[in-house]
Design a protein around this ligand. Sequence first.
Ligand SMILES: Nc1ncnc2c1ncn2[C@@H]1O[C@H](COP(=O)(O)OP(=O)(O)OP(=O)(O)O)[C@@H](O)[C@H]1O
Length: 282
Amino acid sequence: MENIVEVNDLAKAFGNKQALNGVSFQVKKGETFGFLGPSGSGKTTTIKILTGQVRQTAGTANVFGIPAMKLAKPAFRQRFGVVTDNSGLYERLTIYDNLKLYADLYHIAQKRINEVLEMVNLQSEYKTQVQKLSKGMTQRVLLARALLHKPEILFLDEPTSALDPANSKHIHKGLKELNRQGTTIFLTTHDMEEADHLCDQVAFLHKGTVQLLDEPKNLKRQYREDIICVELKSGRELELPLDASSAADIERFISEEIIERISTKEPTLGDIFVEVTGRELV
Ligand SMILES: Nc1ncnc2c1ncn2[C@@H]1O[C@H](COP(=O)(O)OP(=O)(O)OP(=O)(O)O)[C@@H](O)[C@H]1O
């Protein structure tokens, strides 16, 4: 599959602060790629470089096969969407008027405004002034605006960090649908469940470099503890090795019909992150 993003040995220093230090990864066209890391690990900086807002100190960052810095040019603005926290919304205007301004700028039909409002669950609030919105609602307006022009790739910096579970779920559904329709999604998150649910591939960013990159299911398989957990009807819980040595015990439990539940111990992406980096994802 074709790569839509190619990053090689990317570095960025702010004065003597080295935010990124040799980051490399590729994002394939059509996938949802999760860029995971604790606060201050360089996630936003990477999005800013990839969307032409910040220039790297070293290395290369190409999007659509061209240097990311060129994405700031008008010719490329239609091809990607980006949601970071620098809002750029007009506070005194309503949600609808903010979206309308943007739609007019890019010659987008009004019908699309209603579609994106539905995607972010703001259909009934469209007349509300932006200055009266909660952080989560503002986040959803920004996402709606980024979706208006149907970008080929969407860069989302912590898309659900300010949302309640119901709205997060709604956005996740919308992002899955968007991805199904062919939009490539690059998202940063602290939320390991979100990453697991949405992403085809995840990269763990720590100390300015990518420490691990794979599909969530491969990572979970690779880091799985080889243990079978057996809960008996009596309430007793046993952990047995996941190999032939447990077969006789399990066969006996089955024949005696005393098993309540049997499962393998699968690590979460959060567990794996801690194991690989020695750091919690906060
Ligand atoms: N404009 C800037 N000037 C100086 N330092 C900066 C600037 N932008 C980012 N940094 C520093 O670079 C590092 C990476 O910041 P970045 O915002 O990319 O992290 P992040 O992973 O997005 O964090 P968070 O999850 O908290 O948003 C941090 O140490 C931050 O203080």
